[in-house]
Design a protein around this ligand. Structure first.
Ligand code: GBH
Length: 485
């Protein structure tokens, strides 16, 4: 292994930025405090505790609502350039609608932003990281086109209130996750498999339109004065053909188009719209199922134009890699995203496991994802908005150190050897938090949170020393093994 060996010095380009991320629902707690409204995740975890792995909820979580100054201290300790956090829509607009503003919500984020600036840390603000106001879900949530207007109202309030102090905005975090799992699977609001191939397509359609609307709003009314940038964050697990057969190579490309191109193609490709292959496959399967038209909604030519190029940068979340085989081609009567895509996805036994079943350590997949983005979308500016790994509780998180080190090496190869234009890297997460349907059972933090203590004490892990050193020097440590002593 690496022990005792000195490595060649590897430094990131001048100006390359390091940061950490969290999300409102996963860390804040204070779910019904000082006027906050109910989100779909509050409702879902309260109503169906048995669906959450450890039957927990995020009522308190890491209690960052009461502890944000401590969190900012941790970010400062690590010498990081930025802190990516998300705003809870129902904390600001308890009913989701902009006619009723919760002043305490504005105060909370305003103090957080000011505290960051005082410590020379730039806020990177995600507008939507999954905690939709329940009252909007009562209208159908992201399946109802009216949501576009309400999302614009909410974003306008954020730009107006905080825009002079925020340099980077991210409209959405991972539509594949909240549309795919929320409106076609077991995440909140819990549409379940019955929504797959129907509600997930509607959710994505309206999310993309909402993104374009908010992007244009910022461009036209705020950017000149506020000088910030605005983008979207998409998750891209690398999808590698399981064999060299032509069928599997083709299947892997189909999977990339369905799981990433679905969102990226309308915004970042030169032609715009959903990927051609996705349009034809969903149309074909819909026809076979007896539908008079495709279940995939269509954009008008104007909408295609509004979406094309509607992002100053691509936020990329990357964690792991999957293998892809061609599917059986079987088409069930019940629609599903899976039948539409028609591939089989798996992981290789020898890829190292982590504390999350879906997450195996495959650093080369990171480099391939970045190259695919570069080749397909004309090398857009990319900000890595999440990368990270779970490990069982404990402060000696050597596996996390190795994971970050290996993924940062892959990233540097993508930058230096392949010419991918990446401006920064964000580790997920600053501290342990509520892992959605996995509750508190999976820990991604550089800092450990003691959920048994009312103060939710945070304690530094080995990985925080390692990552702090990377951020401070801009280089991977020469004496890598010194972090294991
Ligand atoms: C990110 O999603 C999220 O943005 C972040 O909130 C989260 O904390 C972080 O991952 C770590 O999980 O259990 O087999 O059904 C990453 C993409 C998509 C990964 C859904 C987990 C569930 C797989 N996620 N997936 S499974």
């Amino acid at each position: 292994m690496l022990a005792g060996r000195r490595r060649e010095q590897l430094c990131f380009p001048k100006g390359f930025k390091f940061g950490v991320a969290t999300a409102s629902f996963q860390v804040e707690g204070a779910w019904n405090v000082s006027g906050k409204g109910e989100s779909i995740w509050d409702r879902y975890t309260h109503e169906y505790p048995e669906r959450v792995f450890d039957h927990s909820n995020a009522d308190v979580a890491a209690d960052s609502y009461h502890n944000f100054r401590r969190d900012v201290d941790l970010v400062t300790e690590l010498s990081l350039s930025f802190y990516r956090f998300s705003v809870s829509w129902p904390r600001i607009l308890p009913t989701g609608y902009s006619n009723l503003v919760n002043e305490d919500g504005l105060r909370y984020y305003s103090e957080l932003i000011d505290t960051l600036h005082k410590n020379n840390i730039k806020p990177v603000v995600t507008i939507y990281h999954w905690d939709l106001p329940q009252s909007l879900q009562d209208l159908g949530g992201w399946t109802n086109p009216i949501i576009v207007d309400y999302f614009v109202d909410y974003a306008r309030l954020l730009f107006t209130t905080f825009g002079d102090r925020v340099g980077v905005w991210i409209t959405f975090n991972e539509p594949l996750s909240f549309c795919g799992a929320g409106y076609g699977g077991g995440d909140a609001p819990g549409a379940g498999p019955a929504g797959s191939g129907l509600q997930d397509y509607l959710c994505t359609h309206h999310t993309l339109l909402a993104h374009a609307a908010v992007y244009r709003l910022y461009k036209e009314h705020f950017q000149d004065k506020q000088k910030g940038k605005i983008g979207i964050t998409l998750d891209f697990s690398w999808l590698e053909a399981a064999t060299t057969s032509q069928e599997d190579q083709k299947a892997a490309e189909t999977a990339r188009q369905f799981m990433f191109g679905w969102f990226a193609h309308p915004i970042f490709s030169s032609s715009g719209d959903y990927p051609a292959e996705m349009k034809s496959r969903v149309a074909y399967v819909s026809r076979k199922q007896g539908f008079p038209r495709s279940r995939l909604p269509t954009f008008t030519p104007q909408q295609i134009q509004r979406l094309k190029g509607a992002s100053d940068f691509l936020g990329l979340n990357h964690y792991t890699t999957y293998l892809v085989n061609q599917g059986s081609g079987e088409i069930h009567t019940q629609p599903s995203f899976g039948d539409d895509m028609g591939v089989v996805i798996s992981q290789k036994d020898e890829w190292p496991r982590t504390n999350s079943t879906w997450l195996r350590v495959v650093p080369w997949g990171f480099r391939k994802s970045l190259n695919w983005v570069k080749d397909n979308y004309n090398n857009p500016t990319v900000l890595i908005t999440e990368n990270g790994v779970s490990q069982a509780a404990g402060l000696r998180d050597t596996k996390r150190v190795s994971y970050i080190d290996a993924y940062l090496r892959a990233l540097s190869d993508a930058i230096y050897k392949d010419g991918c234009s990446v401006t920064g890297y964000t580790y997920w997460s600053l501290l342990d938090n509520y892992e959605w349907m996995r509750g508190f059972s999976e820990r991604f933090g550089l800092f450990e949170v003691n959920y048994g203590s009312p103060a939710r004490t945070r304690t530094a892990r080995l990985s925080s020393d390692y990552y702090g050193s990377v951020a401070r020097t801009g280089c991977l440590p020469k004496h890598y093994d010194s972090f294991f002593i």
